[in-house]
Design a protein around this ligand. Structure first.
Ligand code: THG
Length: 371
């Protein structure tokens, strides 16, 4: 394509931006108003490292919304649909955030950093604005800020060995979503067992952006012997694994979804007496039942081209589903996709097709995860 996307001050760079350029980044997307690498020009090698060895990703665009102060816990609970009454310091939690009408507006990882300090590690929408407005309107004594924190993900089956060598053997004892603050020489970090893949790994939350280059180089050196290389959140692996991508699989402005439709019903606690934004709307959704559900699809034919926008799924003239992202699975050696299917046709789902630019194809709903 004969165009480029401008690098200009209205879109921020992550502290790892220059290091990624030096290491051959070949594409960026925009996430939370920041550049985020999408690939380093060798998709096969990038996928292979994630599945078989270890990959490092600049995910600085996973911004932190810090909520602190005497009413921080009350505010965070009111924002999230999940019961946080038993949340503990040092543990992360996957938490849907909904609007009052029950529409999902983000799906962050919540880190309880202290009893009166939380980080919402957000997906691509402006939760800082949302949280500060709700705090002010409710008259709560809570500060909402964006701290200087930028995650670097280390993902893949050898990620633990790399991070243990770099940070210390203690990281092997971290539970899933568990974290601890530490330093690497002068570099302040928070180290968590987390990351947007099902291959295992860690996220190093850099707490001072001046060390972006240095942290990138240290991770690269620690992983060199194990074959580490740069990559980015991987759409093939995430579709195989059925990981949700707020923005791609649903976005307030494009394809509003509720948490039940996208498989996050287990993180909506309607039974307890805690109150949260969207609770009564979600009670109504639950009693009425959902009309569509997130699902996988097998996609027939030659390896499909990646789609630029969501694709309607048709049976004849009738739209009965929507596909957010199509890809080719090297492990299944099949075209696969992630999307939605109408609950009405779940038990009778023959004769479905999509019409992407590279030609019509038949599709068949499949259970998630694929792998
Ligand atoms: N790490 C951090 N911040 C993030 C993401 C991350 N912010 C943006 C985005 N990713 C937020 N969305 C998700 C979506 C899925 C998961 C994490 C964040 C995830 N899900 C697992 C799953 O669905 O199988 C585990 C969920 C669970 O059972 O608790 O990991 O990746 N820092």
């Amino acid at each position: 394509m004969g165009f480029s996307i401008g690098i200009s001050p209205n879109i921020r760079k992550s502290p790892f931006f220059d290091a990624c350029v030096a290491d051959g980044v070949a594409g960026f997307s925009v996430y939370n108003h920041m550049f985020i690498p999408t690939n380093f020009g060798d998709p096969d090698a990038e996928y292979d490292r994630l599945i078989n060895t270890v990959a490092m990703w600049d995910v600085g665009a996973q911004r932190q919304v810090e909520v602190s102060g005497p009413d921080a816990a009350a505010l965070v609970q009111y924002l999230c649909t999940r019961d946080l009454s038993r949340a503990v310091v040092g543990q992360g939690y996957y938490v849907p955030i909904c609007r009052h009408d029950g529409v999902l507006i983000n799906d962050p990882v919540l880190l309880k950093v202290a009893d009166d300090r939380f980080w919402l590690s957000i997906a691509d929408s402006d939760i800082g604005l949302w949280a500060s407005a709700i705090a002010a309107e409710r008259g709560w004594d809570a500060q909402v800020e964006e701290p200087d924190v930028s995650p670097l993900a280390v993902q893949g089956p050898r990620a633990e060995d790399v991070v243990a060598q770099l940070i210390g053997e203690w990281v092997r004892d971290l539970r899933y979503f568990g974290f601890r603050e530490t330093t690497l020489d002068d570099i302040p970090l928070l180290v968590a067992r987390s990351g947007w893949s099902k291959q295992g790994g860690f996220e190093l939350y850099l707490r001072d952006s001046r060390y972006g280059d240095e942290l990138w180089q240290r991770v690269k050196q620690a992983g060199a012997a194990l074959g580490i290389g740069p990559g980015a959140p991987n759409d093939i692996e995430r579709i195989e694994s059925g990981l949700l991508s707020y923005g791609a699989d649903g976005r307030l402005q494009v394809n509003p979804v509720n948490p039940f439709e996208v498989g996050l019903g287990k993180f909506v606690d309607l039974g307890s007496d805690i109150d949260f934004v969207g609770k009564s709307a979600l009670q109504n959704v639950q009693s009425a039942g959902i009309k569509r559900r997130i699902c996988g699809y097998f996609v027939a034919g030659d390896p499909p081209q990646a789609n630029q926008q969501a694709l309607p799924v048709f049976r004849g003239d009738e739209q009965v589903g929507l596909i957010s992202e199509v890809t080719y699975s090297p492990r299944l050696q099949k075209g696969i996709a992630l999307g939605f299917v109408s609950t009405e046709i779940e038990n009778d789902s023959g004769g479905l097709s999509i019409t992407p630019d590279d030609g019509a194809r038949s599709v068949v709903p499949a259970a998630l995860p694929f792998i």
